[in-house]
Design a protein around this ligand. Sequence first.
Ligand code: ZN
Length: 336
Amino acid sequence: MTGTFTISLDFELRWGIRDNPGDAQYADAIIGGRRAIPMMLKAFDKHGVAATWATVGLIFAESRDDLLQHIPALQPTYSNTALFPFADVHEKVGQGEIDDPLHFGLSLIRQIEQTQNQEIGSHSFSHFYCLENGGTAEAFRADMASAQAIAQSKGIKLESLVLPRNQLSTYHLHAAKEAGIATVRGNPNALIYRARPRSEERAVLRALRLADSALPLTSTLSMPVRDQKTGLADTPASRFLRPIQSTSSVLARLQQNRIKREMSQAAQLGKNYHLWWHPHNFGRATEANIENLLSILRHFTRLRDMHGMQSMTMRDLANTIEWSNGKHDVATPVTG
Ligand SMILES: [Zn+2]
């Protein structure tokens, strides 16, 4: 098989950062991220690059009423109450996208949908935390049913899923499958990227992941696999594209070189390279981040010309599992 290149974006506006201390100071990055989305779409279109936009279900609402109509019947009961998102609906959410661009984003979903080779996927309905106390599989089942229902009301079927904070759990994935999900973005196959609740996150792990973005500590190339426990296709992440302040910073240059080298390896070895980030990561220093992305996309077009590397959404990539071995139940082992 030829190498493949996959991009996924966790599209969440304020819903993904609302529980972070000082989140109000981040509003400019969210608004900047909205401005960056059409620029990303133009860049993808120009280079024939596909992407999956894993979108928080609440963003699909066209109005406050529409949002209220889709609130899940069963809600998580996080012991850390700051994680509970629905209190914000009554206290902080406006009437719609015009007066409240931090919580609503249907016009952006429509722009993504209208661009070639772009898939709208799910990032749960409420930015659900599967590994936090109170985030039960039953509540997640209801959350995913709401995600699918609000998307369907806009003519969209969700097939690919990215779990918030990459908190993967088999029980929850069974529930996602029942809601019609076929593909999930797994974590890189290295200890420092293993799924953890926030309480088990350590500064040393974060430091190692930062170092790994610039220096070759781990190898995270992979192949899509059929998860034996859930039957879902797993299209594991390779690397988070970290936001940069300027294209000339040392870290930006190291990261870009590392990503390009890994992409070249994937193209030569016939593996997948799966890059991900959030639109709001481009919300500050937008031009520098777009320039960084364009350089990566140009590198992809060279690999496409030289090695036949293909750009695929998570859904397209999952479909290659059938193409390569003709069966659902035989999976290629993750390597690297
Ligand atoms: Zn998120």
